[in-house]
Design a protein around this ligand. Sequence first.
Ligand SMILES: C[S@@+](CC[C@H](N)C(=O)[O-])C[C@H]1O[C@@H](n2cnc3c(N)ncnc32)[C@H](O)[C@@H]1O
Length: 313
Amino acid sequence: MLVEPRVFERMTVLGDSARSRLLMLLEEGEFTVSELVAVLQLPQSTVSRHLKVLADGGWVLSRADGPSRHYRMTPVLDATARRLWGLVRNEVRQGAIGEEDAERAKAVLALRRDRSREFFATAAGRWDTLRDELFGAEAEVLPLFGLLDSEWTVGDLGAGTGQLAAAIAPFVAKVVAVDASAEMLAAAKSRVADLCNVDLRHGELERLPVADGELDVAMLLLVLHYIVDPPSVLAEACRALCPGGRLVIVDMRAHTRDAYREEMGHLWPGFTETQLEEWMRSAGLEQFRYRPLPPRPDAEGPLMFLATARRCV
Ligand SMILES: C[S@@+](CC[C@H](N)C(=O)[O-])C[C@H]1O[C@@H](n2cnc3c(N)ncnc32)[C@H](O)[C@@H]1O
């Protein structure tokens, strides 16, 4: 009978107790050489030599992390390798040495966890600053992108230079970004040049260039205070939403900074909750929700709110 010779090579690689023990550990997770030394209680040179044989045979992968290298078992094995490993693993696992390794591995992982806990115990006072420095000031809102449905078409109404459209486009099916200013749209165009699912449309929010029910979500970010007749824009946004679709507004709470009219052309000095609720309801929206947004320490403008409502089904 003709036998695939590769199976013998694989048997040779696995036919060593230290290598099989290593593989058992690396199947469960990632370990550094020094952690593997601590678990197997073998000299570092021995562990490194066996890791090289396993890596050359395609059983393990490694990645560099600063001065250390982390090893793990190759996640996808072909059918022969899987069967062979299944047999060897059962034998190793049942032996006393396999149990001992598993116990030592738990202790090594606990030590790793303790190290990160130790860091957080001492870093609690400066973590916020450190996180901002490492990952930017808005890191806490990034997980919220995961709440966007990948099937959605989202309207960014009064999109300006397209910051919001660009941020959400990777997480949804399509963004329809509407603005009346050709200059703003030109800036948005270059911002979203690499995003194929942003549809920029020139038009007025009072007569949206959007079909009835085209949007799953419509967003008005810092736009409403520029609108002459907000109720008409809310009604138009409601028309563009599918039944049950959600309107999201972020804008300024009512304020007394009169200079904004002159300086920035604001038409409304922010909005109150009551005003918005009334307009939303008249527009055909329900489930109104209003939340004051916490002030950002570095923001100089008026306080803001978030309001949402759904188009009646
Ligand atoms: C303050 S900017 C906000 C832009 C963007 N939403 C943001 O947060 O960066 C307001 C935008 O709304 C647009 N806009 C104002 N009134 C509009 C209207 N009636 N129809 C369409 N766009 C309008 C302006 O051209 C401008 O780009």
